[in-house]
Design a protein around this ligand. Structure first.
Ligand SMILES: *Cc1c(COP(=O)(O)O)cnc(C)c1O
Length: 416
């Protein structure tokens, strides 16, 4: 059973001050989970989670994770600015970008971030802008299909990211000639995984490669970056990943492959987004319309512009009608937003308790890739983001947009 982290009473109190729709994050959940992640990898001295800012680009959230020891994984100029704004410095920042504009590299270099090169051609491109740092990372794409047992997890051969093995070897050689001293290898082979085997399998591939490159090029491999991709159970019957088992699985391959080669100083890095935040954020919206035609519809004051995942990927997000947690789910609804797009549905044919106008719907697991993917189609405005603090109080992390924000990009001189 999925349980909301607020009750109807709590939600009503919040709504008195901040009208729906809004995102609400659970500080306690975020901190406890971050501590479990750090504990799962505590066997590795250099372990660090670099939270993927793109999942929840909200300074108040990144600050909490920073307090729990996390670095920031950035992929753009603006994300770098945000990491800096919350006090991340130097190697606290991992810059894992692709198709990188010049100004992004310039800022990353200025901040002293760890640069993760997506392509071999990015090295001469970067060198024209800044000096090659002593610590560098390259992104690897092994091609082919990525399988765990008989399950195809993903198709790296179709992914735009990373370098081939030959290119990676040449890139490291080139970087070494240009003064790099410490090398990292990064790879992201499957997204939203549900198997505890994903990180250990990926680690095995990268550890073997690290051993090979160290011997061949006589270089110091200082870290392996397992990137993101650890999933969460969006559906109520799904089994959650066991982060302790994942950490232990990576430890086993570390002992098996790196330790015998004397590489027991290699740090493990991760760049999780979804696993760090998704379960600890929710979208709260009010039922403002009901409609009975060929199907039964409930219309919310939130829409796909607030949460794009269901419309974009057909993603499942569990919904609880607050205050009706124990009522029988004996009504079948499509839960929709108000965009002029028929895919603007948070749920299709979902069995829920009978919904009345004014009910508050709690959309689960929206803490990552939720507000972040919001947009302004149909002139819809992005909602506020609130933090439910550990002491039960609520803090505004981001105010809701107003029409002034929407119109701020136009020059109205002469129009009015
Ligand atoms: C998206 C992304 C992540 C985070 O992915 P999750 O699926 O949210 O864990 C980490 N690293 C890079 C380079 C990414 O693009």
């Amino acid at each position: 059973m999925k349980k909301p982290f607020v009750s109807l009473e709590q939600a009503k109190k919040i709504i008195e001050q901040y009208p729906t729709p809004f995102y609400l994050y659970d500080e306690k959940g975020i901190r406890e989970n971050a501590r479990r992640v750090n504990e799962a990898f505590s066997w590795n001295k250099g372990f660090r989670e670099y939270f993927a800012i793109k999942a929840t680009p909200t300074p108040g959230i990144i600050k909490i994770l920073k307090e729990e020891g996390c670095g920031s994984d950035c992929s753009s100029f603006t994300e770098l600015v945000m990491a800096k704004a919350v006090g991340q410095k130097g190697h606290d920042i991992m810059f894992s970008s692709n198709v990188t504009p010049e100004e992004d590299f310039v800022l990353a270099a200025k901040l002293g971030a760890i640069i993760n090169f997506d392509d071999i051609t990015h090295i001469p491109f970067f060198e024209k802008l800044a000096k090659i740092p002593e610590t560098v990372c390259c992104r690897y794409n092994p091609g082919g299909v990525f399988q765990i047992s008989n399950d195809i997890m993903d198709h790296p051969e179709d992914a735009k990211y990373g370098m081939t093995k030959t290119q990676l070897r040449d890139a490291f050689r080139m970087l070494k000639e240009k003064g790099a001293k410490h090398f990292g290898i990064h790879s992201f082979l499957a997204s939203s995984t549900s198997s505890n085997e994903y990180y250990p399998m990926l680690a095995k591939i990268l550890f073997q490669l690290a051993v090979e490159l160290k011997k061949e090029l006589d270089i110091h491999i200082s870290f392996i970056n397992l990137s993101g991709g650890v999933g969460i159970p969006y559906e109520p019957e799904e089994e959650p990943c066991d982060i302790m088992a994942i950490g232990e699985g990576v430890r086993k391959v570390y002992e098996e492959i790196l330790v015998p080669e004397g590489m027991d100083d290699v740090a493990i890095y991760t760049e999780m987004g979804r696993y760090m935040l998704a379960p600890y954020g929710s979208l709260l919206a009010e039922a403002i319309h009901e409609k009975h035609i060929y199907k039964e519809y409930i219309g919310l004051d939130a829409c796909a512009a607030n949460l794009m995942r269901p419309a974009m990927y057909g993603a499942y997000h569990h919904i609880t009608v607050l205050g009706k947690e124990n009522a029988p789910c004996d009504h079948k609804y499509d839960i929709t937003g108000g965009l002029c797009e028929n895919n603007d549905k948070f749920a299709i044919d979902r069995m829920l308790p009978e919904i009345e106008i004014g009910d508050i719907l709690y959309i689960h697991d929206t803490g990552a890739h939720g507000h972040a993917m919001g947009y302004n189609y149909n002139g819809k405005l992005r909602s506020a983001e609130l933090l439910l603090k550990e002491d039960g109080s609520v803090e505004l992390l981001r105010r809701a947009e107003t029409e002034k924000d929407y119109f701020a990009v136009f020059d109205f001189t002469g129009l009015f």
